[in-house]
Write a protein that binds this ligand. Structure first.
Ligand code: HEC
Length: 217
């Protein structure tokens, strides 16, 4: 059998040396973190829409990546910071087309290094990767809760009823920036990170909340 030879390139070799240093107790945590950062920055380059600034973590990403997660007071701060980023839809128009919403929820395209444009128009939401949504779709992930009957369970019979305004706003906010409500959420921040545009989020809102959507039958 022909064996494969693996070539260790710059960054990887540095990582191996650093990890060996950790295992033998060498170096302080802080300086190793700084060295890893420097190594990562020198090992990657901007390509397509994937820029090296992806390595810069905000408070939530940093605090939630530690072994113990974010302490309660930091979690509160992360949620407040993320809540402040939410852009509510123009003209208070929260709803679009649930058929388009289902297509988006199914679609996992976009945001790869091959992409040429940062325009989220071509992106999918990839929601089924983590959520059950329409019961007709039997292939879905379970990292997030089931969203089957999302609006029906929450008593949404008419989206113009002022009594359901709070759940409508929460759902928009959650899709826009999930960390506003759960500091260390695993859910992508679709609006905040420019993954989906306003119209796409409206379509997803209809999928989840419109009483006529297949999700609410
Ligand atoms: C990588 C996994 C992941 C993806 C992809 C994802 N979500 Fe989530 N979602 C979660 C998790 C986990 C939660 C539970 C709350 C939390 O931790 O933020 C959640 C919670 C929610 C909630 C709130 C549910 C409730 O009862 O409060 C809504 C609404 C939601 N997601 C909608 C969506 C939509 C729409 C999409 C696609 C555009 C999507 N999610 C994609 C992981 C994900």
């Amino acid at each position: 059998m022909k064996s494969k030879t693996w070539k260790i390139v710059g960054g990887t070799a540095a990582a191996v040396v650093l990890l060996a240093g950790c295992a033998s107790g060498g170096g302080s945590g802080g300086s190793i973190d700084a060295q890893v950062q420097a190594m990562m920055k020198s090992s990657f380059r901007d390509q397509g829409i994937a820029k090296v600034d992806r390595l810069n973590q905000d408070l939530g990403q940093k605090a939630c990546s530690t072994p113990d997660g974010a302490p309660a007071d930091v979690a509160k701060l992360i949620e407040a910071q993320n809540l402040a980023t939410i852009k509510w839809p123009a003209g208070g128009q929260y709803f679009g087309d649930f058929v388009a919403g289902e297509k988006l929820a199914q679609n996992g395209r976009g945001m790869t290094w091959r992409e040429k444009s940062t325009d989220p128009k071509g992106n999918g939401g990839n929601c089924y990767n983590c959520h059950q949504i329409d019961q007709q779709e039997i292939s879905y992930g379970t990292i997030g809760p089931s969203l089957w009957n999302y609006g029906k369970i929450r008593g949404v019979k008419d989206v113009t009823d002022p009594n359901v305004a709070a759940i409508i706003q929460y759902t928009w906010g959650k899709i826009y920036n999930s960390k506003a409500y759960s500091a260390c959420s695993n859910m992508p921040r679709f609006g905040h990170m420019g993954l989906l545009n306003e119209q796409q989020m409206r379509d997803l809102m209809s999928l989840l909340l419109d009483p006529r959507s297949p999700v609410n039958q």
